[in-house]
Design a protein around this ligand. Sequence first.
Ligand code: SAM
Length: 327
Amino acid sequence: MTKLQDPFGRPIEYLRLSVIDRCNGRCLYCHSGQNEPLLRRDWLDFDALERVVGLFARRGIRRVRLTGGEPLLRKGLAELAARIHALPGIEELALSTNAALLAPQAEALYCAGIRRLNISLDSLQPDTFTRVSGLKLDAVLDGLNAAKAVGFSPIKINMVVMQAINAEEIEAMVAFCQAQGFTLRLIETMPIGTAGQHITHAHYLSLHDLEQRLQHRFGLEPVSLQGGGPARYLRQRGSDFYLGFITPLSRHFCATCNRLRLTADGRLFPCLAQDKAVALGPLLRGGYSDAHIETAIAHALAHKSIPPPLSVNTPNMLKRDMNLTGG
Ligand code: SAM
């Protein structure tokens, strides 16, 4: 069985699977409220999701990240996770969540085979946190404590850095993550979706210069950490604290992209920053053969490109908020 490869010869081994577009949060950079929600009847059911991930796995996908929207809102997520984890070829199952609903589900998700967690946490100040995310900080901290107690590892905190909103809190977040044993990843705002464009225009902060300052301040040195994603990592000398930088604007990483994205209704996006997608949903629902679906996947992959670099002034073309495609 030939492995998935894009037109540039890049092996594609990573699938981001959005299981729902709805979210209990309202992050300033993610949720404009202007995209029509998907119709529930269009969501891929668990049989379709298991089947399609199985097809991807046969062609070389080894890592799957469940995302959304907020994946914990999808009923039965632990059952879905266990079914994906059991597929031959899947070596790693990860989850991106805002953790507000994690505490009661943490153990079941761990038992289902999820080990790696990325958790959005943009502020440790309750008011700022609620202003940015629409969520309550206490619920998220409960989720984090539960995740730690159950044994997820690594737990990575995603902090989207916004000038004049939370940029002043980076050092406090470093201290928190060091103390808790979490990896911290600082993320630049991306002008993707209406919300992302708005926040990037108003609050973008380049992490490029900040990186040097933090490097000196915390005694950090570059390491090659196998994260499989776009983050570059520094490690604090003499400790196991890692600080990651995800810099889609100030230092592009599209050239090393190894992933595909599938939305909850089965649209396969070869690139987050482009609108091209191939609709697998009708094929999965319509009784089409595996060969047919694999041809559609190959078709999507043929369109995987290296897009023009994102910038603060990227024209307002991408209307699709991140909660649809999954971060
Ligand atoms: N609800 C889950 C969560 O909060 O992690 C999963 C989905 S959320 C879309 C995943 C990640 O997308 C967030 O951690 C955030 O870092 C990222 N994200 C969303 N919109 C973004 C934007 N405009 N710029 C940068 N990162 C963004």
